[in-house]
Unconditional design. Structure first.
Ligand code: MN
Length: 416
């Protein structure tokens, strides 16, 4: 299927993608949007024009809201009906020239003319720790090289409750955090800016349906409760983390900022890219068992761009490496009756692959600073420096179809 909207050949956003986001358009209004190629499409305008009527759903005012939560709450049937209707309207089989002309003049905006906003209101955010390569690397560095994985790791998807208030959209810059650290060899902590500012390459799924306290979501039903995915950069301060994290896990080393990409790519768009996950050994408990293809083949890249410099590719990984899949994560999270809310974010944990160039954090890439990276301007990096921009990109490719996420970008500003 092709669109009558011009779509560059390597675009992340062909008509098969149709991601959802929130944008402030040139008139100053903030509305729900989708995107084909570099054209942003105002969904509130489409609804006003009446051309979504024969989708079979009444979308009311949901596209005029400043976040997507109300739209997502309409449920999978509504999302699928809208997707089908959008594909009809924007497919090159649509011969209604009047309709196309009206759309072009009243509902289309170039990506450069809009400001993308936080797509959802996030009530709760959880970060998992589901890459076996990442957990093994961190265990080796922070604890015991011989017993890097703790005894629970292969039995449950380890996670912690993160901070929703400091999740920001791509393009928002974040200051180097201050905090307490224990310098090497010292017996007393000091206060000051982190010296180990880091990124974490992650993806997050967006909850598509709320539950009541006491309800559980089974692994088999879990995908009914998942709307789609974002790219996620879980900014981290490693020296603050290693001093504070025992015994209750990360706290101020993680909650000073996390960055999401602005476009939510739906499970429907990712359907062609399903793959089997790694073999789980030992076998997991019955409530965590899943069948079928529950992982996704999503290529991931991290770039570092120094101030006024060029982009440097520092990591190439893939979401398919995840040991624990999203159904297992959601089943585990709710098995005790913990309730979830539409718009919640559940991040994967750092996505490291088996090769050194596939590690998803500076901590692992430079092995805690002992093996610095050299950038193409000749400078070296143990961790992120002030004015460095971190850019995560992600895309799937198969049989000539490319579905992507765009980018998740943030610059490290000096400490305050
Ligand atoms: Mn993380």
């Amino acid at each position: 299927m092709n669109s009558w909207i011009e779509t560059p050949s390597q675009s992340d956003f062909p008509i098969q993608n149709l991601p959802f986001g929130i944008a402030t358009i040139p008139s100053g209004k903030t509305v729900a949007v989708t995107r084909i190629g570099d054209t942003v499409i105002d969904l509130a305008k489409l609804e006003q024009m009446g051309i979504l009527n024969n989708s079979g759903f009444d979308f009311g005012e949901v596209f005029g809201q400043p976040v997507l939560n109300q739209f997502i709450d309409l449920g999978k049937e509504a999302h699928r009906a809208l997707r089908r209707r959008l594909q009809e309207i924007f497919s090159d089989t649509n011969k209604d020239q009047n309709q196309k002309d009206t759309l072009k003049t009243s509902a289309f905006h170039s990506i450069d003319s809009v400001t993308m906003r936080m797509p959802v209101k996030v009530s709760d955010y959880t970060d998992f720790y589901s890459s076996i390569e990442h957990a093994t690397n961190v265990g080796k560095m922070f604890r015991d090289p011989a017993n890097a994985l703790l005894p629970n790791w292969r039995h449950l998807p380890v996670g912690y409750h993160g901070r929703a208030s400091s999740i920001v959209v791509s393009g928002t810059d974040v200051h180097r955090p201050n905090g307490q650290t224990l310098p090497p060899g010292a017996d007393q902590p000091v206060f000051g800016p982190t010296r180990m500012f880091d990124f974490e390459l992650e993806m997050a799924f967006v909850v598509g349906k709320s539950t009541q306290l006491g309800e559980s979501v089974s692994a088999a039903q879990a995908e009914d409760y998942i709307f789609g995915f974002l790219l996620f950069n879980d900014l981290s301060a490693r020296d603050i983390q290693s001093w504070e994290y025992v015994p209750l896990g990360p706290f101020l080393s993680k909650n000073f900022g996390s960055v999401v990409s602005p476009w939510i790519v739906t499970l429907e768009a990712l359907e062609p890219f399903r793959v089997k996950g790694p073999v789980q050994d030992p076998e997991v408990l019955p409530y965590l068992r899943t069948g079928g293809l529950r992982n996704f083949d999503i290529q991931l890249e991290v770039m570092i761009r120094p101030d006024k410099g060029e982009e440097n590719l520092v990591c190439s990984s893939n979401f398919r490496h995840m040991y624990w899949n999203i159904c297992q994560q959601l089943a585990h999270h709710t098995v005790n009756g913990c309730n979830i809310t539409t718009g919640d974010l559940y991040a994967s944990g750092t996505i490291s692959g088996p090769e050194p160039g596939s590690y998803g954090s500076m901590l692992e890439l430079t092995w805690r600073g002992t093996n610095p990276l050299t950038l193409n301007d000749g400078s070296s990096r143990k961790f992120i420096e002030d004015h460095d921009t971190m850019i995560i990109r992600g895309f799937c490719e198969k049989d000539g179809l490319r579905i992507g996420f765009g980018e998740c970008k943030t610059k490290a500003l000096p400490s305050r």
